[in-house]
Design a protein around this ligand. Structure first.
Ligand SMILES: Nc1nc2c(ncn2[C@@H]2O[C@H](COP(=O)(O)OP(=O)(O)O)[C@@H](O)[C@H]2O)c(=O)[nH]1
Ligand SMILES: [Mg+2]
Length: 351
């Protein structure tokens, strides 16, 4: 197991068996039973494992958000730290600069300054938290698209935003959770895109279904779904092209993939994640809206948070797009994909 191992995937150690009654006294040099070793020590418990993982992910998120923490977050903290009364115009300006969006920033400030129960900083923080935690969802878990079928996830978005990389990271994560994952190379627009996914499949130890360049992407997904059903896979993730000759072509193709899935698996519940490059900010959000209108999105993966100080885009996505952020990308390594945890995110910005 190379890069990381999720505690949930670990076989639980057998409960200690009572020693059989010994008639002879045990020899003095008996070796203690070999205990599996984990990062958090041999003292295994699910709660400890979970806490250790959350702590590691919290640290990773803080590191990944370093630019936003020292930019957007630090500016807010400084503005609040200056005295009894907040300069609300400045707060609003900082929120807008952090890519929260003009209308949303204004409404956050308006609500926060009316609150009598909290000081200004806590009031803004509470408003931001409310935006991202309203949906009350826990971490994303792939659900079968139909009874007995794998979960199906289409990954869509503009070229270069990090779709293929995100799929590689997610495949590794789900594999480590103990799921059988199949990848479909349905970005057939460039041969290099298929090769890139092949490398990620090898790296993550997952299976790949690919056709040649320029093949029909819907046919690739159809074959991959066939394979996934035949092999009893838990999750099928399809990479898609981010660029075709026209935007209409692109949306048509995504719709065609959806129709093909429905043909193979009538009534299938398909997840569609939009990969949004955080460095493109409000522009990326506009692209997400176009995709949402055309194909219907069920989640957003916000990539390259490590490369921008404008982490405030998260709040704009949840509010303006109304689609939950499911994962955040904080680097190019396989372990640099974290489940989006609203409270942890706000805390990483402020604390
Ligand atoms: N810094 C950083 N780079 C990323 C992240 N996700 C993807 N990338 C990089 O973005 C570039 C484009 O990624 P790719 O997956 O090929 O994008 P695609 O065209 O949407 O499939 C690559 O150089 C990736 O390594 C991230 O979370 N952080
Ligand atoms: Mg790609």
């Amino acid at each position: 197991m190379p890069f990381f191992r999720r505690p949930g995937a670990e076989p639980k150690p057998e409960p200690a068996q009572p020693e059989p009654a010994q008639s002879e006294p045990a020899p003095a040099q008996v070796q203690p039973p070999v205990q599996p070793q984990y990062a958090w020590g041999a003292d295994w418990s699910a709660e400890k494992a979970d806490a250790a993982r959350r702590e590691a992910e919290r640290e990773q998120l803080e590191q990944g958000l370093e630019k936003s923490r020292t930019g957007f977050g630090a500016r807010l903290r400084t503005a609040f730290g200056r005295g009894e009364t907040a300069d609300w115009d400045e707060i609003e300006e900082i929120l807008i600069t952090g890519d929260v969006g003009a209308a949303l920033s204004m409404s956050i400030v308006e609500k926060a300054r009316k609150r009598r129960d909290l000081d200004p900083e806590a009031a803004v923080r509470a408003e931001l938290e409310a935006i991202v935690s309203g949906r009350g969802a826990g971490p994303w878990v792939p659900q079968p698209a139909a009874p007995g079928a794998p979960a199906i996830l289409l990954v869509v978005g503009v070229n270069g935003t990090g779709k293929t990389t995100t799929i590689g990271k997610l495949a590794a994560r789900e594999k480590a959770e103990g799921r059988r994952v199949i990848l479909a190379a349905a970005d057939t627009f460039r041969a290099a895109a298929i090769e890139q996914l092949r490398i990620w499949a090898e790296r993550s130890g997952t299976e790949l279904v690919a056709h040649k360049q320029d093949a029909d992407p819907a046919a690739v997904v159809y074959d991959a779904l066939d394979a996934a059903i035949a092999r009893g896979a838990d999750l099928l993730i399809a990479d898609t092209a981010g660029r075709l000759h026209t935007k209409a072509n692109l949306m048509d193709e995504l719709s065609k993939i959806r129709r093909m899935i429905d043909k193979r698996l009538p009534g299938a519940k398909v997840e569609t994640f939009f990969v949004l490059d955080a460095t493109t900010g409000q522009n990326g959000l506009a692209q997400a809206k176009a995709f949402h209108a055309a194909v219907g999105l069920t989640g957003v993966v916000l990539t390259k948070l490590d490369s921008t100080a404008k982490g405030g885009i998260v709040f704009a996505i949840e509010r303006d797009l109304g689609v939950p952020v499911r994962f955040v990308g904080v680097g190019e390594r396989v372990e640099d994909l974290l489940p989006f945890d609203p409270q942890a995110f706000v805390a990483a910005l402020f604390d």
